[in-house]
Design a protein around this ligand. Structure first.
Ligand code: AP5
Length: 214
């Protein structure tokens, strides 16, 4: 049975979309396209888009649809995305899903990662990211060998500004209001599979892998 290579990872903040996308990239040989990562890179580079996005991201609000859709459209035109892609954190609103649908390229699977709210808070509050290479860790579940130092590249790890308790609550509310309706949107298309994101990262990966069979 073949596996889907054009997919969306849907789920609340902290569900593990980024963690699982990294493993899927290796297994499937298609790129992860994370709008969060693209926007953070734009901020770091100080581009006009990055400057516009900053206030929304720091507040836990969504960056306006037109900016995000243009960013993704540009990324999807690149050569490495022609054989497939793992969309991580996009679409996040009905308008974004509709914009994606206008490309007339079939999304073969939408994986909906399900995780309770209290677990999301634990995961996000303990997350640490490498400043240099972007590797993701957790102070309890995925610790670095040396505290504060990335295992992969030796860079310094830090806590994302939007992983503060207050902004986590805001992001959860934004998810419920603006992104959760996409579950019904894709269920109606027939390509949605819901997967429990509770358990070890290996357990979750195995469940996603099964759900990618087409
Ligand atoms: P973005 O970066 O996309 O953030 P998010 O959706 O909130 O997702 P996260 O990256 O926080 O979580 P994740 O599900 O990837 O979890 P992870 O694998 O890291 O977006 C940030 C901001 O950018 C948004 O708020 C918005 O402003 C803007 N933005 C982005 N896309 C946009 C769009 N399309 N439209 C408009 N605005 C947009 O895991 C979390 C932690 O849990 C890690 O520490 C990890 O080690 C741990 N973990 C993972 N899996 C497990 C497990 N099974 N057990 C225990 N721990 C685990």
């Amino acid at each position: 049975m073949s596996k889907a290579t054009r997919m969306i990872l849907l789920g609340p903040p902290g569900a593990g979309k980024g963690t699982q996308a990294v493993r899927l990239v290796e297994a499937l040989g298609v790129p992860q396209i994370s709008t969060g990562d693209l926007l953070r890179a734009a901020r770091k580079a100080g581009t006009p888009l990055g400057l516009k996005a900053k206030a929304y991201m720091d507040a836990g609000e969504l960056v306006p649809d037109d900016l995000v859709v243009a960013l993704v459209e540009e990324r999807l035109r690149e050569a490495d995305a022609q054989a497939g892609y793992i969309l991580d954190g996009f679409p996040r609103t009905t308008a974004q899903a509709e914009a994606l649908a206008t490309r007339h390229v079939e999304i073969q699977r939408v994986i909906n990662l399900e995780v309770p709210d209290d677990e999301v808070v634990r995961r996000l509050a303990g997350r640490r990211i490498c400043r240099a290479c972007g590797a993701s860790y957790h102070v309890e579940f995925a610790r670095t060998k040396v505290e504060g130092v990335c295992d992969r590249c030796g860079g310094e790890t830090y806590q994302r500004a939007d992983d503060s308790d207050e902004v986590i609550l805001k992001r959860q509310a934004v998810y419920t209001e603006q992104t959760a309706p996409l579950i019904a949107f894709y269920r109606a298309e027939g390509n949605l599979r819901s997967v429990s994101a509770v358990g070890t990262t290996d357990d979750v990966y195995a469940a996603i892998w099964d759900a990618l069979s087409i």
